[in-house]
Design a protein around this ligand. Structure first.
Ligand code: C2E
Ligand code: MG
Ligand code: MG
Length: 341
């Protein structure tokens, strides 16, 4: 290209061409497209690197809505060098077994007991500090690394659940977060089936969380994959609910069991009247669809009181416990630690 601005014209022409209606079995139909563009000088060394960054841009475009265009501009982003460096370290982290899972209890507001542990990734960096998933999961999402990490998480959490069962704690489930890329991976179902079989674990001991935006982004696809999981007997939760623009008609079709209210709506209840109204409505919608509701990020007594009054089913948050390293989970279970009424 002589001029980068020419890209816009090319994208417009491509989109116009793709959008042209055509006939299928006598009915007129058309398809849309989201476009990701990677722009560089000589920074890239292989075609795969260009495609990877174009792919990253495309996922961003898809997340932004229908028929959007996004750019990945390697030269205009100094932080990309940081990213590349982190990517390299993260790759080694997997090989050097620097990743670990912590488990955060989810407790019932009815009985006060722990019903489930959510597995949350931590990276113990060789320089001594702990890196949180909000920093490195997006980096891992940029390439196939999330496939490797995601599979490790699934296998590890299933095995861990078996250990707890063998110690006599057989009524706690374990839940796992699936990233958007994992959710779209053709291997996912097989990996889950195999991990359950390897750990000799019943499917209903496992809960899978996908975010509302992942589900909403391609709702028909989500319905079909979620239905397969449902047939296997795995429990399903929509995570970060309230942030992802899903339509209620799809929500009704998702064969899910649980809605998790995003912590952004929990943070300022009950003082913020808007957030209180939203949290209350989410609970009402969930119950009318026969779903269980979990409030995330509960930190204060006031939040807890409000959620109880709204008949929220379960909570997860610092008021009860942080995510714990595995040794501390057994302590918590042995002490039968429960939420005060
Ligand atoms: P999430 O699935 O919504 O997990 C809940 C997050 O809220 C966790 O952050 C948890 O530590 C934090 N949290 C829990 N209670 C409280 C509270 O009372 N106050 C506050 N301020 N925060 C609380 P974490 O562990 O940093 O994880 C962030 C996100 O990273 C997760 O959000 C999830 O989307 C993603 N993630 C974590 N582990 C995995 C994984 O194994 N695979 C994938 N794909 N994503 C993961
Ligand atoms: Mg989650
Ligand atoms: Mg969440």
């Amino acid at each position: 290209m002589a001029d980068e601005n020419n890209v816009h014209g090319v994208v417009r022409r491509l989109l116009a061409e793709v959008r042209k209606p055509y006939k299928v079995a006598g009915r007129e139909t058309s398809v849309g497209a989201s476009v990701g563009v990677a722009i560089s000088g000589t920074e890239y060394e292989t075609p795969e690197q260009i495609l990877r960054d174009a792919d990253t841009a495309m996922y961003k475009a898809k997340a932004a809505g229908k028929s959007k265009v996004e750019f990945f501009h390697i030269r205009k982003r100094p932080e990309d060098m940081q990213l590349l460096l982190m990517e390299k370290n993260l790759r080694q982290a997997v090989e050097r077994e620097e990743l670990e899972l912590h488990y955060q209890p989810i407790v019932s507001l009815n009985g006060g007991h722990v019903t489930c542990f959510e597995a949350l990734l931590r990276w113990r960096h060789p320089q001594g500090y702990r890196v949180f998933p909000s920093v490195f999961v997006p980096v891992a999402e940029r390439n196939q690394l999330i496939d490797v990490i995601g599979e490790w998480v699934i296998r590890k959490a299933c095995k861990q659940s078996l250990v707890w069962r063998n110690e006599g704690f057989d009524d706690v489930r374990v839940s796992i977060n699936l990233s958007s890329r994992q959710f779209h991976s053709p291997n996912l179902i097989h990996t889950i089936q195999e991990s359950l079989a390897d750990a000799d674990l019943a499917a209903d001991c496992l809960e899978l969380e996908i975010t509302e935006s992942t589900a909403a982004h391609d709702a028909e696809f989500a319905v079909s994959i979620l239905s397969e999981f449902k047939r296997m007997g795995v429990r399903l939760a929509i995570d970060d609910f309230g942030t992802g623009y899903s339509s209620l008609s799809y929500l009704k079709q998702f064969p899910i069991d649980i809605l998790k209210i995003d912590q952004s709506f929990v943070k300022d209840i009950p003082d913020d009247a808007d957030d209180a109204a939203i949290a209350k409505s989410i609970i009402a919608i969930a119950h009318s669809l026969d779903l269980k509701v979990v409030a995330e990020g509960v930190e204060t007594e006031e939040q807890l009181k409000f959620l109880r009054a709204q008949q929220c089913d379960e909570i997860q948050g610092h008021i009860f416990s942080h995510a714990l390293p595995v040794e501390e989970v057994v302590e918590l279970l042995k002490n039968k630690h429960s939420l005060a009424r």
